[in-house]
Design a protein around this ligand. Structure first.
Ligand code: LLP
Length: 402
């Protein structure tokens, strides 16, 4: 669907994020459909885009939620995701978060170390509860993605090795406060190769079978998220093949498959729209300076990530330039050495595929308010988060000025 960025800019000012909710629906249905032969749950990785309206849209489609803080758990509950569809993951859960998760009676806690398992056991015993546990297995597989978003190697901080996992499952079985219900494995993000996923699913499926042999029967296999999207010209994993390779490995096991995609569901639904402030030439280097910056969309600065960029004017005079924001850092750029047309003050620039890890990674650096978020559904636009004002930014400090 084509979105009228200009109209939205007039109505809501710039910069803004706009999300096409119909695209989210399409992505959700595709993935859910791929697993249709099996009991399955698509648990949306809330960290990718935590706007309440985005989560609510997915909730209404039937999605669960994969959360990495109690704040995310509460967001999911707030928009109507049932506790039995919510998973709490993360390498460093705080005691108070574990306590709250147990009190809220969510589906399961994904435990990432034996030290954490001990904490959960103690807290559950104190509350007189039985904690439903899944253990994150680190299969030591290279997912072939950016090192910052690779998580499935022993050199990464995530999960535990197979032997540790086995011991932890036995600890769960022997504890009156722990109930081992699931297994979890997530090897990385923006994955475009099926082979590493296949290998890791095989490793965890074998472990599920081993556990079964010692009477530890799991009900949930959480295969993580990580499915890549097109930013430039990536060849993607076919979702049917992906699902089939998981299902093949689970043959004969009575287990519900959970997957926890973030980027796949929301990445391509979003566009970041910013407007040109100035052009300038330093020596012979051309810069286009826009009103959005690294604090709004940090992926290019942080990962050198590529986002397709389009200047929304009719000028055909293209030349090499850097597209940069107003923040006081040389790392504040959206693209370097790209061919873009000559621009005028107020021309709009669309930065595509910004629906995942865009707004959620935004900050108030340089005392810049976080931008407005807009949803488009059935051709209609609506504001889903107000632009932050100066007053919003200072609200938690003001009373302490001496
Ligand atoms: N499950 C777990 C345990 C995760 O750690 C992640 C992402 C996901 C699911 C969702 O992964 P996805 O389906 O979105 O690939 N900020 C980075 C991405 C960080 C991913 C962190 N974990 C970026 O902008 O590329």
């Amino acid at each position: 669907m084509s979105i009228n960025f200009k109209e939205l800019a007039n109505k809501y000012q710039t910069p803004y994020y706009v999300y096409d909710f119909d695209h989210i629906t399409k992505q959700y249905e595709e993935l859910k459909g791929a697993f249709k032969a099996r009991k399955s749950l698509v648990a949306y990785a809330v960290k990718a885009n935590s706007n309440l309206s985005v989560i609510k849209h997915l909730a209404q489609l039937g999605a669960g939620a994969d959360c990495v803080s109690i704040g995310e758990v509460k967001r999911a509950l707030k928009v109507g995701i049932a506790p039995y569809k919510i998973i709490f993951s993360g390498v460093g859960k705080i005691d108070s978060e574990i306590k709250e998760a147990l009190e809220l009676d969510i589906l399961m806690i994904n435990v990432e170390s034996d030290a954490e398992l001990n904490r959960v056991e103690i807290i559950a015993a104190e509350l007189g509860k039985v904690a439903r546990i899944s253990i994150r297995v680190n299969p030591n597989i290279d997912p072939q993605t950016h090192p910052y978003i690779s998580t499935g190697l022993h050199e990464n901080k995530f999960g535990v090795d197979i032997d540790t996992a086995k011991r932890m499952y036995i600890q769960c079985k022997n504890s009156p406060s722990l109930d081992p219900v699931g297994m979890h494995c997530h090897i990385g993000s923006q994955l475009t190769q099926l082979q590493p996923i296949k290998e890791s699913v095989k490793i965890v499926a074998d472990l599920v079978r081993n556990l079964k042999a010692i009477k530890i029967e799991l009900s949930f296999m959480d295969i993580g998220g990580g499915l890549g999207i097109v930013y430039k010209d990536e060849v993607l994993i076919d979702t049917k093949e992906y699902a089939q390779s998981v299902l093949d490995n689970m043959f004969g096991l009575d287990i519900t498959i959970i997957c926890e995609p973030g980027r796949f569901l929301v990445g391509n639904c979003g566009t970041f729209v910013t407007k040109v402030l100035y052009e300038k030439i330093n020596g012979n280097k051309r810069f286009i300076i826009v009103d959005g910056a690294m604090n709004d969309l940090i992926r290019p600065s942080l990962y050198n990530a590529y986002h397709k960029i389009e200047v929304l004017n009719d000028n055909q005079e293209f030349s090499d330039c850097n597209l940069v924001g107003p923040v006081c850092e040389s790392g504040d750029f959206f693209a370097k050495n790209v061919e873009l047309p000559k621009t005028e003050h107020n021309d709009l620039v669309a930065i595509y595929s910004a629906g995942a890890y865009g707004f959620t990674m935004a900050s108030n650096y340089n005392t810049r308010g976080r931008v407005a978020e807009i949803a488009i559904e059935n051709g209609n636009d609506r504001l889903i988060r107000k632009r932050e004002t100066f007053e919003d930014i200072i609200a938690l400090e003001e009373e302490f000025i001496k």
